[in-house]
Design a protein around this ligand. Structure first.
Ligand code: MLT
Length: 322
């Protein structure tokens, strides 16, 4: 009997091992937790092509938007741990634990990290006919007209919501928030003049700013960005504490075999070294991370330190988890 049980246990181990060797032998899905056409989607589609070439398999990008990115994260947390369902997420993976009273997943327990992908600054932008012309004027205007002003974001847990929260705190005002499934559709409405202002990643806003379709007030990085050299930093505009950079990373469900994680990390590294990817990221004001950061170890370290950081920021600002 004991021998039979041992044989059964060995067989159970042998099947996944074979699957790991042949991985990937069918298309891989990367789940994007926001709407198509937004910054997370753009980053994902740019790296998907070289990753797919390296892995020798098709990569399908699937947009599962909702609940500020937490819906998709919850779904991937319980997906089959076979490497065929991968999550692309950003800083929201670290802010959600401080913003939601109960999340259906624990970012540090329910996933394995593959590696960091990008660092992306944000821009504070308004509809092109919005009265304020500078960050100082925007701050004053928002304070004086808080009841009438609308701010677009991608829901609680989104980068745009985080940046808006920090902006409202910095100026001491609370405006009406208009949530979208992602900042792709939110930006469309900003261009159309349906909302007043928002804060969004350069990946999404650079081309619209350059085309004059929206008004830009500031970039949320300590230095100006080469893609938008005329845009002042938040510090130059009088809000030195509004300094936020959005980082993206790839995740798989926690029981995914390490061999599969290694293959995905190797493919990610190939994508991040691709000159076409880097050229496009630079045009959009974004950078790929350095080679030492596109590893599971560096990614886990970033995730865990950022969870602590943002929990502390929210607690000291009196933000109540919902
Ligand atoms: C998106 O891809 O739509 C954005 O990353 C949403 C956000 O976090 O603001």
């Amino acid at each position: 009997m004991k021998r039979l049980l041992l044989a059964a246990a060995l067989a159970a181990v042998a099947i996944p091992a074979a699957a790991q060797d042949s991985y990937p032998d069918r298309p891989i899905t990367i789940v994007v937790p926001f709407a198509a056409g937004g910054p997370t989607d753009t980053v994902t589609r740019l790296i998907a092509e070289p990753m797919s070439a390296e892995l020798g398999q098709q990569i399908v990008v699937q947009n599962t938007a909702g609940a500020g990115g937490t819906l998709a994260a919850g779904e991937v947390a319980v997906a089959a741990p076979d490497g065929y369902t991968v999550l692309m997420h950003h800083i929201g993976m670290s802010t959600a634990p401080g913003l939601y009273a109960s999340l259906p997943y624990d970012p540090l327990v329910d996933f394995k990290t593959i590696g960091l992908v990008t660092e992306v600054p944000m821009t504070i932008v308004g509809r092109k006919d919005f009265e304020p012309n500078t960050l100082q004027e925007l701050s004053d205007y928002v304070k004086a007209n808080a009841d009438a002003v609308t701010y677009a974001n991608a829901g609680v847990g989104a980068a745009s919501q985080l940046c808006g929260l920090l902006f409202m705190q910095a100026v001491g005002a609370k405006v009406t928030e208009v949530p979208y499934q992602g900042t792709g559709p939110a930006l469309t409405d900003l261009v159309g003049g349906q909302v007043d202002f928002m804060c969004d990643q350069t990946t999404n806003t650079t081309e619209q700013i350059k085309a004059g379709a929206i008004k830009a007030y500031a970039i949320t990085s300590p230095e100006r960005n080469p893609a938008l050299p005329d845009l002042p930093t938040t510090a130059e505009g009088g809000l030195p504490d509004l300094d936020v950079s959005i980082w993206h990373g790839l995740y798989v469900p926690k029981d995914t075999p390490d061999e599969i994680v290694q293959k995905l990390t190797a493919a990610l590294k190939t994508a991040l070294a691709d000159p076409t990817v880097n050229e496009r990221f630079a045009e959009l004001g974004t950078t790929t991370v350095s080679d030492d950061l596109s590893t599971p170890e560096a990614h886990t370290e970033r995730l865990s330190s950022q969870i602590e950081l943002w929990k502390g920021v929210f607690e000291s600002a009196g933000v109540q988890p919902q």
